[in-house]
Design a protein around this ligand. Structure first.
Ligand code: SF4
Length: 159
């Protein structure tokens, strides 16, 4: 093999090694310098939540609620509805907050046809699929849940 080519290859390998080492050290220093200290209590609370990521607590996922309940004294420990009393008690215990009852949530279907809230916008004639029907001006039905309720509203709901 040509010694000039070997020398060139070894030089390339050495150069790439030096570049890799340089950036590796740079990244390690940056990670050390900008490291964010994690609150272990947030992790503990997060692990005790129901983990459904449903947003029922009003926060963007379980982590959002865990951060809020640990860092904000105003956030109560009983907002994880899927976790019910057991989770609320654990969160209250971890955060040192006062445990209060978990209120049951009742879903109110605002676009129920039974309540007469859905009017007919247009006639859809096409491929028999909800997705296809929805592509045509949002589908043939409309739902105006700002309209007054004609029937009785379940107690505990707001309209
Ligand atoms: S209600 Fe509970 S399970 Fe749902 S997102 Fe909030 S903390 Fe997670």
């Amino acid at each position: 093999m040509d010694p000039a080519l070997v020398k060139l290859a070894l030089g390339g390998i050495a150069l790439l090694g030096c570049i890799g080492l340089f950036f590796g050290i740079g990244l390690a220093l940056a990670a050390h310098r900008f490291a964010v200290e994690a609150n272990p209590l947030i992790e503990e609370v997060l692990e005790s939540l129901a983990g459904a990521q449903c947003g029922g607590c009003g926060y963007p996922g379980c982590e959002g609620y865990a951060i809020a309940v640990v860092t904000n004294p105003e956030v109560p420990p009983n907002l994880c509805y899927p976790g019910k009393e057991k989770v609320a008690e654990r969160v209250a215990q971890l955060t040192g907050k006062k445990m209060t009852a978990v209120e049951d949530m009742i879903a109110l279907v605002r676009c129920s046809r039974k309540e007469g809230r859905v009017s007919h916008k247009h006639e859809y004639i096409g491929f028999a699929s909800c997705t296809a029907a929805n592509l045509g001006f949002g589908g043939p039905s409309s739902c105006n849940y700002a309209a007054p309720v004609s029937g009785p509203v379940p107690s505990g709901s707001s309209s």
